[in-house]
Design a protein around this ligand. Structure first.
Ligand SMILES: [Fe+2]
Length: 196
């Protein structure tokens, strides 16, 4: 495809996102099935429904562009899904698998956020105001999904995964996100650890 203008690039990136969303619609049921934590299961299920909405929004955009969303494969999403599949093949303890699935899903969310942030901004430049609205809605849903996953990880899954192994119980609770949210983490982890 010839790329002569920002509009050409915009359409290519939209096709890429369309492929990414379609792949995700196929992959998420496996994540729902393999998640153990009920909150996580529900989050994946809800995001599957949202993702179907993301596909529909992109189809609406392509209709207004009188163009087809097909013809491009998002190899980035293919790789991210492949990584999640590899994790599912590991012999992982339930809580550890949940923590891993959250990580894989957050990689996906950030990948999509980068894509939607870009096309939303290009749509603004191109004067496609309705597209901006639609893309912004999807971007917000991806951000919310990412935030919810962080919450689920921090409120229990990471801790359960850590204490899942006897040897690790001796370790100092050092977690990457604890520095960012110091007020919440210590209270929860102390309570959880005390109960063990
Ligand atoms: Fe999406």
């Amino acid at each position: 495809m010839e790329m002569e203008s920002l509009r050409d690039l915009y359409i290519e990136e939209l096709k890429d996102l369309y492929s990414a969303e379609k792949q995700l619609v196929r992959a998420l049921p496996k994540m729902v099935k393999n998640a153990t934590n009920p909150q996580l299961k529900e989050a994946f299920q809800n995001h599957l429904e949202e993702t179907e909405g993301h596909v529909a929004r992109l189809e609406e955009i392509f209709e207004s562009l009188e163009s087809s969303p097909r013809g491009k494969k998002c190899v980035g999403m293919e790789g991210l899904i492949e990584e999640a599949s590899e994790l599912l093949e590991e012999d992982a303890e339930d809580d550890v698998l949940d923590a891993g699935l959250i990580s894989k899903a957050q990689h996906v969310e950030h990948y999509e956020m980068a894509g939607y942030g870009t096309v939303r901004t290009w749509a603004q430049t191109l004067g496609e105001d309705h597209h901006v609205e639609l893309l912004e809605q999807t971007l917000q849903e991806e951000k919310n999904a990412d935030r919810l996953l962080t919450q689920i990880a921090e409120s229990g899954v990471n801790i359960d995964a850590e204490v899942g192994d006897e040897e690790e119980e001796e370790e100092t609770p050092s977690r990457s996100r604890s520095a960012k949210r110091p007020a919440k983490r210590p209270a929860r982890s102390t309570r959880k650890r005390a109960s063990r």
